[in-house]
Design a protein. Structure first.
Length: 157
């Protein structure tokens, strides 16, 4: 199974990018992983929040193949412990899915169209993180999950 993390807009902070790269590189030892950044929507100044979400939603859905499992990162989604999340990933791998796609919304979240296509929602906390910082937290948690599955000494209960 391939895991893709889809997000809108390039990561503005070099420090953040470096940390994301670090975990992305570590993850490559365990699974085929790709972080794909969808270019920012242009002329957002002339768009309402709802219009921006719609356009971002269209761009997101264009990237999804019919056989992908689409899972949204969302404050109101299901919460896991890191061990539970590792078991969740193991089950997805066992289920024969070709590609698991985690999607991070833009600054205003997801359009209704994206919600309606999603097979699940995962929350990393009840608090809201910036759409850029959450990238790092997702990559780190996926990495952590694989170290748990491999019994490696990264995670401590
Ligand atoms: C700034 S937040 C958008 C917040 C907006 N209130 C909403 O309704 O989604 C941007 C994106 O970051 C992700 N995000 C932020 N906090 C999160 C959390 N605690 N758990 C999971 N994803 C989160 C989500 O993908 C969200 O769409």
């Amino acid at each position: 199974m391939t895991i893709k993390l889809l997000a809108i807009g390039k990561t503005d902070s070099n420090n953040l990018s470096q940390l994301i790269d670090e975990y992305e590189n570590r993850l490559k030892h365990y699974v085929k992983f790709e972080l794909e950044l969808i270019p920012d929507i242009k002329n957002t100044k002339n768009l309402s929040e709802a219009q921006q979400k719609e356009k971002e939603g269209e761009a997101i859905l264009k990237k999804i193949n019919p056989t992908d499992a689409l899972i949204l990162l969302d404050e109101n989604g299901k919460q896991f412990t890191s061990v539970d999340f590792s078991n969740y990933l193991q089950k997805k791998m066992n289920s024969g899915i070709k590609q698991l796609v985690f999607v991070i919304g833009g600054p205003y979240g997801f359009s209704a169209a994206v919600y309606s296509k999603a097979q699940g929602k995962i929350s990393l906390s009840k608090m809201t993180f910036s759409h850029q910082m959450i990238r790092l937290f997702v990559v780190e948690q996926v990495y952590r999950a694989f170290t748990i599955l491999k019994n490696e000494p990264y995670h401590h209960q």
